[in-house]
Design a protein around this ligand. Structure first.
Ligand SMILES: *[C@@H]1O[C@H](CO)[C@@H](O)[C@H](O)[C@H]1NC(C)=O
Length: 312
């Protein structure tokens, strides 16, 4: 069953054990500054602070989102801090939401940890060309009036780096989320992470059972490659329900670069059906993010393009 990786917190949808703890830890990648993401060309790289290997804060740029609906239901998603006041998530997490809260410096859902803090998004901006029927452009920006990073007393909360470079076929990247593991009582609320391999679109189409028309240019397949040689990508690792909107992070030039956003898949972690991520590195998406967060980083041509996009 093809579905978005979205989970209503109190209404049972589909819960599978997918996102397994990886033995491989994230390498010591650098996080970014506002200047390197949105300023002039990264002349301030020397100021970049923060590694991501600390036990309790391997994912300083991840945030746990609670999505609220008018009927009182709530849902769980992930998001990535890309600026002091902005988080990137999936558009299907923003669809129909009446409010969205983001919790930072969080490790366990059930416990209110001493360091965690929560802000409510002041603006919810879905990509103007998001299509719920095809999951095209499944990205959404959340704006916060509060300073996300400056509010963290000890520097454990940082922003991921933006990139317009898609890593090569077979590159190892990382996913993380609070997507639920089971409904037999053995739930672990702790943030989990896994390693996945980036797939070229041609490799993905050749080795998966997705119809080719489903995998659009601005989507990325990632998961296990076909290691057993049966012509299908292997199962065993994936994002799953509740992980939607969370980061697909790759190490690019020693930096933790946000390459994609958890979007959809057929089931979770099944053979021949790798996870599908919305690309944050695809040029039109990358440019939409940059001009939405900081209109000054863009030019008149891009602003005109944005205006046209908003007509559809
Ligand atoms: C959402 O966040 C706001 C601001 O921190 C807080 O007042 C409110 O209680 C939160 N709502 C929920 C349901 O967590």
């Amino acid at each position: 069953m093809t579905m978005v990786k979205f989970l209503l917190i109190f209404n049972f949808l589909q819960v599978e054990a997918c996102l397994r703890t990886s033995e491989k830890k994230l390498p010591n990648l650098q996080t970014c500054t506002r200047e390197s993401n949105f300023g002039k060309k990264a002349e301030n790289d020397a100021k970049i602070v923060g590694g991501i290997t600390a036990e309790n804060n391997q994912w300083p740029f991840i945030t746990r989102l609670t999505i609220g609906f008018d009927d009182g239901q709530e849902a769980l998603c992930g998001g990535t801090i890309i600026d002091n006041n902005w988080v990137l998530t999936a558009a299907h997490c923003c669809d129909g939401a009446s409010w969205i809260n983001a919790t930072f410096s969080d490790l366990r859902v059930s416990r209110t940890e001493s360091k965690e803090y929560t802000f409510r998004a002041s603006k919810i901006k879905k990509h103007p060309q998001y299509r719920a029927s095809t999951f095209r452009n499944d990205v959404c920006l959340l704006k916060f009036n509060e300073d996300i990073i400056a509010s963290d007393p000890d520097g454990d909360v940082q922003m991921a780096c933006l990139t317009d470079t898609l890593p090569k076929q077979g590159s190892g990247c990382w996913i993380a989320g609070w997507g639920m593991t089971s409904f037999d009582g053995a739930t672990s609320n702790r943030l989990r992470q896994a390693t996945v391999k980036i797939m070229d679109k041609s490799y993905c189409l050749l080795n998966s059972e997705y119809p080719s028309s489903w995998i659009k240019r601005e989507m990325i397949c990632a998961g296990n490659l076909d290691n057993n040689g049966d012509g299908l990508t292997d199962g065993g690792v994936d994002s799953c329900q509740g992980d939607s909107g969370g980061p697909l992070i790759c190490g690019i030039d020693g930096k933790a670069a946000l390459v994609g956003v958890v979007s959809w898949g057929n089931g979770c972690a099944s053979e021949g059906f790798p996870g599908i991520y919305s690309s944050a590195a695809y040029s039109s998406t990358y440019n939409w993010i940059r001009r939405t967060v900081n209109p000054k980083t863009t030019n008149a041509v891009n602003r005109a393009l944005d205006w046209i996009l908003n007509l559809f």
